[in-house]
Design a protein around this ligand. Structure first.
Ligand code: J9N
Length: 249
């Protein structure tokens, strides 16, 4: 079944990149179906109001529940016999990881992204829809965006490129390396010397065993430098891993 993705936002133009490049081609090839919706479609007042001041006081505005309720009621029931997962991007969510992207690409057939503004969506919307659909609040990382749109775009790209037929098998294999808990080794191409900088001799040697060993060492070193947290998880045995293949790694 083709993957369906709906995005609900007050900034539909923010999702314009979904028409381009990899996702655009996947759509034209019928591998994924994308629908972007303007939340204001489900308002009824002259000013198409989607937010209001927070009860209890505090900074910023909160998204009112009624437009979200009507939008998600309609969108989530748009396909008879299918049930979407609702994804709400937010900095307070569970981490969105490569493993989750892979799970979604293989197990989900319909995702509905609900893009809120940073100050948030009225909590009753989560209660209402988590009681009726699978619902995940997911974070791209520990930094704050203005709204969920960029996160929905990133998650969409991470998932869609794993759908069989979208990128071709090589990409799917490449990021298995990111799933084994080590960063990638550095890569080089021609010319062999550039601005006086040489490609490491081992890569020109033709010794495949040595090359594999060197690359593994580079991965461990790079991970220790940049992401020591990943090595800690690996040592504890709870990180993403693949078995170490003695000579070839
Ligand atoms: N990782 C992440 C998500 C977000 C937001 S702000 C509003 C919606 C989602 N910020 N950072």
């Amino acid at each position: 079944m083709t993957l369906r993705i709906d995005v609900v936002t007050i900034f539909p133009d923010y999702l314009a990149p979904l028409d381009l490049s990899l996702i655009g081609r996947a759509r034209r090839d019928g591998l994924v179906e994308v629908h972007v919706h303007d939340l204001r479609t489900w308002t009824h007042d002259r000013h198409r109001t989607v937010d209001d001041t927070p009860y209890g006081g505090g900074a910023g505005m909160v998204m009112r529940p009624e437009p979200w309720g009507e939008a998600l009621d309609e969108i989530c029931s748009a396909v008879r016999g299918r049930t979407p997962r609702i994804v709400v991007p937010g900095p307070g969510g569970e981490p969105f990881t490569q493993a989750e992207a892979r799970r979604m690409a293989s197990e989900e057939d319909w995702l509905v992204f609900a893009c809120g503004r940073y100050e948030g969506i009225d909590e009753r919307v989560y209660e209402e829809f988590a009681g009726r659909y699978p619902l995940s609040v997911l974070s791209l990382g520990d930094y704050v965006l203005n709204g969920g749109e960029v996160a929905a775009l990133a998650m969409t790209e991470a998932v869609v490129r794993l759908v069989p037929g979208v990128v071709g098998n090589e990409a799917s294999l490449v990021e298995e390396s990111h799933e084994d808990g080590l960063l990638e080794y550095p890569v080089y191409t021609k010319p062999p010397v550039w601005r006086g900088r040489e490609v490491p001799a081992v890569l020109l040697s033709g010794h495949h065993g040595q090359i594999a060993r060197w690359r593994h060492e580079q991965r461990v070193e790079r991970t220790a430098q940049r992401r020591p947290d990943m090595l800690d998880r690996r040592a504890a045995g709870d990180g993403p891993q693949r078995p170490t293949i003695s000579a070839s790694e």
